[in-house]
Ligand binder design. Structure first.
Ligand SMILES: NC(=O)c1ccc[n+]([C@@H]2O[C@H](COP(=O)([O-])OP(=O)(O)OC[C@H]3O[C@@H](n4cnc5c(N)ncnc54)[C@H](OP(=O)(O)O)[C@@H]3O)[C@@H](O)[C@H]2O)c1
Length: 282
């Protein structure tokens, strides 16, 4: 498994994580799937209080050494007031059956609670050792800068955003370059565009042709395009074990620079707008 440095944390984690949103109701199957990922080199698992999958993650990780894993979860904007953040974190710790969260993320920016109030609570959680790093999610460039300015003692180490080969809005907004320059890790959610990349036959054909020299599949090429960027960590979701197996194998594919450039051209033909542009911030 390819391991990469995660932002300014000084930690190396698997170049790909796994997402746990919308994994379906078969808990035993989901637990087995996460365990399969861990046994095949993945140590980064992403969940959220809103997904309802923290107890599933708890069951999957309990037989592994906690210090080998990097567990990320998120607090929902309804809980961004100071005391609610503290309570939400304690609830997540209970559901995850763990003493600490490696990465605690603000799930979406809030329109109603000042970021300074939320970050004050996040920094207290850092002081108490309940969380080891602070991240944000779905924050625009301006919102990221404001969040950084609100920090008193600690740094924001990551921004989780929608980013994939057909949705590259973060490059045009300047967020991508800003994160790179500030060594903020980018966790790429919906790395397969929520499955849309694999439902467009012309795009699949194009990726299949590019995949031949790498002995790879179209979905692996789409994931490897992200993994081959230094500060980007895709978190695909796969309920199907064969999909999971295929996705994990993409972490070790090294795409040549000239092929990365050819793949850069794909978005202009197959663009999909990000969820964030279709929803208002909370
Ligand atoms: N921070 C946020 O606001 C936010 C928003 C959205 C998502 N996320 C995170 O990102 C994770 C992933 O995003 P996502 O679930 O939207 O989409 P995704 O990972 O881009 O796509 C998931 C879809 O692709 C399919 N798939 C996965 N691997 C495949 C393969 N090798 N071949 C064929 N199909 C494959 C899955 O099918 P099967 O399930 O049948 O295997 C599923 O239908 C989520 O689980 C969540 O953790 C975060």
């Amino acid at each position: 498994m390819n391991f990469k440095e995660f932002g300014r944390t000084g930690k190396k984690i698997s170049a790909m994580g796994i997402g746990t949103w919308d994994i379906g109701s078969d808990i035993d199957k989901n637990v087995e799937s996460i365990k399969y990922a861990i046994e095949n080199g993945i140590n980064f698992i992403d969940t959220a209080e809103m997904y309802g999958t923290e107890p599933v993650v708890a069951r999957a990780i309990r037989s592994y050494s906690r210090s080998d894993l990097f567990i990320a979860t998120k607090v929902w904007p309804d809980h961004f007031q100071h005391d609610s953040v503290i309570k939400a974190c304690n609830d997540s710790l209970n559901k995850l059956q763990t003493e600490y969260i490696d990465l605690y993320q603000l799930h979406w920016p809030s329109k109603s609670v000042p970021i300074s109030e939320t970050m004050k609570a996040m920094e207290e959680l850092m002081d108490q050792g309940k969380i080891h790093h602070i991240g944000i999610s779905n924050f625009t460039l301006e919102q990221t800068k404001m969040a950084m300015e609100s920090m008193k003692k600690y740094e924001i180490v990551s921004n989780q955003i929608e980013y994939n080969i057909v949705t590259r809005d973060i490059e045009r907004s300047g967020l991508y370059t800003f994160c790179k320059n500030n060594k903020i890790a980018m966790i790429a959610y919906s790395p397969l565009s929520h499955g849309k990349i694999l439902s467009q036959s012309k795009l699949v054909d194009q990726l299949a042709k590019m995949a031949i020299p790498y002995d790879a599949t179209p979905s692996q090429m789409a994931l490897a395009w992200l993994i081959n960027r230094d500060d980007v960590f895709p978190i695909p979701k796969a309920s199907n074990k064969d999909h999971m197996k295929e996705d994990i194998a993409s972490a070790d594919i090294k795409i040549k620079t000239e092929d990365m450039k050819k793949m850069d051209e794909i978005e202009s033909k197959f663009y999909v707008a990000p969820i964030a542009s279709r929803q208002s911030s909370r």
